[in-house]
Structure formats: structure tokens, C-alpha cells
Design a protein around this ligand. Structure first.
Ligand code: ADP
Ligand code: NI
Length: 231
């Protein structure tokens, strides 16, 4: 199914509504505007990569849907309950179920689910070889694009905003007795955000990540300077 057809547009619009329903109550680090930025970044990377590598084959429909649905099933935002056996609630099948409900072809629904299930940073850290195999050997080139787009939104000025927002909303769960500290956000730069540039999979994503990582470094430098001034 090509992303330029009316049939695709109809499917995309209904999944857009589904994403808004599922995510509009989330804090602004993972709400619909995050998803819409990731869709736009993914389509920008796709178009640049198609120019750089005209021989490569990407499905625009898969990129666009996987970017739109990439945070559906994120366990951080799901209620703690048993969902085994219910495809519409199980994080491993939610996306595919929603797509099939809206009449998506089975193969498209399965491809998008596979990508969504492998986008996250923590999944990659657990087993980077699985991700490499999917992209390089099993024909999921679109995973590289959606991952890069999601990671670009975690760095640069917007990434800084999301990091503080996430901790402001969810920090109690992650910090100890003393509650969350703004220093936890700066720690997260080193724990994860500064590593993302080196994990970019596309040439376009890597180039954009360089500029955004530099912004993180500048911000961190200002932070340290001001902390010294106020000690
Ligand atoms: P991914 O989807 O790549 O696994 P996450 O959804 O875990 O990424 O995180 C997305 C963004 O949310 C992070 O880049 C960060 O801004 C914020 N975030 C998530 N977990 C933490 C954390 N433990 N501390 C600070 N920020 C966090
Ligand atoms: Ni995301």
C-alpha cells in the first residue's frame, strides 16, 4: 500500500485518532506532539536517504505508520495489569490489532508491529545484534529511520525540554526518598542522551544528531558554570 493513496490516507487518519486517544493524557515528553514531530522527522530522513541511496527500498507507508505508532504499548505509561491473551491490550500486539481493526493488510500490520516492538533504546541495549539483523538482513530498513527520528527528538533543545518534563511528571517513581532532583536530568544526559549520536543508523540521522548533541553539550556547560556560581 503506497502512502500516497486515498486508502492509506484513510487508514493513517484513523490511526492518528487512535494515537490521540491513547496518548493525549500523557505528560508532554510522550504526548501526541512528540509523536507528530517523530513522524515529520522520519519522513524528512526518508526523503534524504532515498536521494542518497536510490537503490535502497523503503516503504513510505511503513515508515509513516511505524513512526505514528512507535510509542503505543510503552510499558512506562500502561497500567500494571495482566494483558496476556488480549491482543488489544498486550503491548506486543496492540499496534497490529489496532491496524487490523481498521482494515490494514495483514502483512503491513505485522511489519509495523515488528518495527514498533524494536524501536526503543532499552530494547536495543538489551540485544543490539537483534536490531542489526532486522535492519541489515531481514529487510526492516524502515526501523533505522523510525529509530533515528525518535532519538533525534530525545536530544537537542527539544530533548532537554522532554527530559526535564518527564522527570517533573514521573520522577517520583525513579528517584529515591529525597524525590527527584534537577541533577537527575543532567545525569540522564550522560546515561543515555549523549550516547544516541553514536547509535544513529542513517547518514541523515547521524548528521542531525551531531548538531543536536552539540546543543546538549553547550547546555551542560552552562549548567555546570551556573552551579559553580551558586555554590
Ligand atoms: P525510548 O523510547 O528510546 O526507549 P524513552 O521513552 O525511555 O525512550 O525516553 C524518551 C525520553 O523520555 C528520554 O529521552 C528522556 O527525555 C525521557 N526519559 C525517559 N526515561 C527517563 C529517565 N529515567 N530520566 C530522565 N528522562 C527520561
Ligand atoms: Ni518516542
Amino acid at each position: 500500500m503506497s502512502e500516497t493513496t486515498e486508502q492509506f490516507q484513510k487508514l493513517y487518519n484513523s490511526m492518528f485518532d487512535f494515537v490521540n486517544t491513547c496518548m493525549s493524557g500523557h505528560d508532554p515528553s510522550h504526548n501526541p506532539p512528540h509523536v507528530h514531530r517523530v513522524v515529520n522527522l522520519a519522513m524528512r530522513i526518508l526523503s534524504a536517504e532515498q536521494k542518497l541511496h536510490p537503490e535502497a527500498s523503503y516503504s513510505g507507508a511503513v515508515v509513516k505508520l511505524a513512526a505514528l505508532l512507535h510509542d503505543i504499548g510503552d510499558r512506562k505509561y500502561l497500567p500494571n495489569m495482566t494483558t496476556e491473551g488480549d491482543e488489544s491490550l498486550d503491548p506486543k500486539t496492540m499496534v497490529q490489532h489496532a491496524l487490523l481493526q481498521q482494515g490494514a493488510p495483514v502483512e503491513l500490520a505485522i511489519r509495523v508491529q515488528t518495527i514498533v516492538s524494536h524501536v526503543s533504546y532499552s530494547t536495543e541495549c538489551k540485544d543490539p545484534a537483534v536490531i542489526r539483523r532486522l535492519i541489515d538482513e531481514e529487510g526492516f530498513a524502515e526501523l533505522a529511520i523510525v529509530q533515528d527520528a525518535d532519538r533525534l527528538d530525545a536530544i537537542g533543545a527539544i530533548g532537554i525540554g522532554r527530559c526535564f518534563t518527564f522527570l517533573g511528571a514521573q520522577g517520583k517513581k525513579f528517584a529515591g526518598e529525597s524525590g527527584w532532583l534537577m541533577d537527575n536530568a543532567i545525569e540522564h544526559f550522560g546515561d543515555k542522551l549523549e550516547k544516541l549520536e553514536g547509535m544513529m543508523k542513517t547518514e541523515t540521522g547521524r548528521k542531525m544528531a551531531r548538531a543536536r548533541t552539540e546543543r546538549l553539550n553547550v547546555f551542560k556547560g552552562w549548567w555546570e558554570e551556573e552551579m559553580v556560581e551558586s555554590t
